[in-house]
Design a protein around this ligand. Structure first.
Ligand code: UD1
Length: 424
């Protein structure tokens, strides 16, 4: 069993270069099914990207990586309409392949995605939208079987909630549909915009205007080269780690505008910020202040993915902070682990009240999910003594080079392997 040993209490200092965004590259990899060749620059090295590459290969594509450049070739055309079960199960956003596969082949089959560590994650909005575009959807022995007679047809779709994944699936399906599609109450996350930009670079006709997206279907798309935008959540996590440890950090290669809802909280915590065109410098005080209330919301609101790392940073603050999680029903699973490190947090349904404590101490803790795992690392870096963190595979789904990058910032963090207990 692998675990990470983190010796806390050292302020982080230095520069962190931010990678391409996980949540942007995954839908764009699904979109590459629609073209003969996609060259993706700044592609992060993540296990979720590996899983998406395995799905593409099983569907007949050639996927190669050279450093940070991922190339997807699909010259022979898609050879299979069924998503392979194992990588699809590993990565929940495999649902994004549904819209692309339907558009490309007129048929798509996948095993029904179950719940996940953040609570039940229904796909009703994806299916409602695809059905409005003309897909026939049947459930058949645990499989979803989607077909379309001829081409998908553009239409008006009003989403009851601005689901990121559903909006992306609709863009993927509508880009080559017949006629015009209008999606209202669409998600506005930068990763949705990045997908639209990728598709437009491939010849699509998509206009994002706030929460209204207009897609004029085009007959065919062509290949392109595209740079994945920076990962705003990765940047927010490093800023949280620096704030929690009383450090000074510069994150490079970011888009500060994407973090507009996050940065003011660092100032409220007492950090000094210097925001450049694509850099953010943060200098933290010795003791952070509580920030009142943090409410997660769809973009441009405070991102749910930054909730756990920010909560970890605030565990050692002076004063209290109330978190209200409005996006996912089970996104406080890291709280139990933070308590083991001496944090004082009480949860009640969608709210969590953090009362700052003077010190955190190292403990044996387990990652519960991707962002919850990152939060435990933030807390461990700020804690006194050693933290032993297991189930770190969750973190590797979404953070490239996490351990080397933190080490370069001065963290004392080592990957260790413990033999499984041997019973005779
Ligand atoms: C994406 C991100 C994830 C982020 C989330 C919210 C990717 C790969 N993942 O996830 O990191 O935390 O956006 O910003 O981009 N819902 C329904 N029915 C649906 C679809 C969603 O009820 O058909 C609900 C979900 O259960 C959840 C909420 O809507 O409560 C938000 O989900 P959604 O925006 O779709 O998130 P994802 O695309 O899954």
């Amino acid at each position: 069993m692998e675990y990470w040993s983190i010796e806390g209490g050292r302020p982080l200092g230095g520069t962190a270069k931010i990678h391409g965004a996980k949540n942007a590259v995954l839908p764009i990899m699904a979109a590459s099914l629609l073209v003969d060749r996609a060259v993706l620059y700044r592609c992060p090295v993540l296990t979720d990207v590996d899983a998406a590459a395995r799905i593409l290969r099983a569907l007949g594509c050639t996927v190669t990586r050279c450093g940070e450049t991922l190339t997807v070739l699909n010259t022979e055309g898609v050879c299979c309409e069924t998503l392979p079960e194992e990588p699809a199960r590993e990565m929940r956003s495999s649902i994004l392949f549904l819209g692309a596969l339907l558009a490309r082949c007129g048929r798509a089959r996948l095993s029904f995605p179950g719940g996940c560590e953040l609570g039940p994650r229904p796909i009703d909005l994806h299916l409602m939208g695809l059905a409005r575009l003309g897909a026939e959807i049947r459930e058949d022995g645990g499989f979803l079987d989607c077909r379309v007679n001829g081409r998908l047809r553009g239409t008006q779709i009003a989403l009851p909630f601005p689901s990121v994944g559903a909006t992306e699936n609709l863009l993927l399906a509508a880009a080559t549909a017949e006629g015009e599609t209008i999606v209202t109450n669409a998600a506005r996350e930068p990763e949705v915009t990045a997908l639209a930009e990728f598709l437009n670079t491939c010849g699509a006709d998509i206009v994002c205007d706030g929460d209204r997206i207009r897609v004029r279907g085009v007959g065919e798309l062509h290949g392109c080269a595209f740079a994945i935008p920076p990962d705003r959540i990765e940047a927010a996590t490093y800023l949280c780690a620096a704030a929690a440890t009383g450090g000074e950090i510069r994150v490079e290669g970011v888009c500060p505008a994407h973090l507009a809802a996050v940065l003011p909280f660092f100032e409220e915590m007492g950090c000094r910020l210097d925001v450049g065109e694509d850099t953010i410098e943060l200098a933290a005080p010795r003791c952070l202040s509580g920030v009142g209330c943090v409410r997660t919301m769809p973009y441009p609101g405070f991102p749910t993915d930054a909730q756990a790392p920010l909560m970890a940073a605030l565990c050692r603050s002076e004063g209290s902070t109330l978190f209200i999680e409005t996006i996912f029903s089970a996104r406080y699973r890291h709280v139990g682990e933070l308590l083991r490190m001496g944090a004082c947090i009480s949860t009640d349904g969608r709210t969590a009240l953090v009362r700052g404590v003077g010190r955190l101490h190292g403990a044996g803790v387990a990652c519960t999910d991707l962002r919850g795992g990152a939060a435990l690392v933030v807390a461990a870096l700020a804690a006194e003594g050693e933290t032993r963190l297991c189930e770190t595979h969750h973190i590797e789904r979404g953070y490239s080079d996490f351990v080397p990058l933190l080490s370069a910032l001065g963290a004392e963090i080592t990957i260790l392997r413990q033999e499984e207990p041997h019973f005779v």
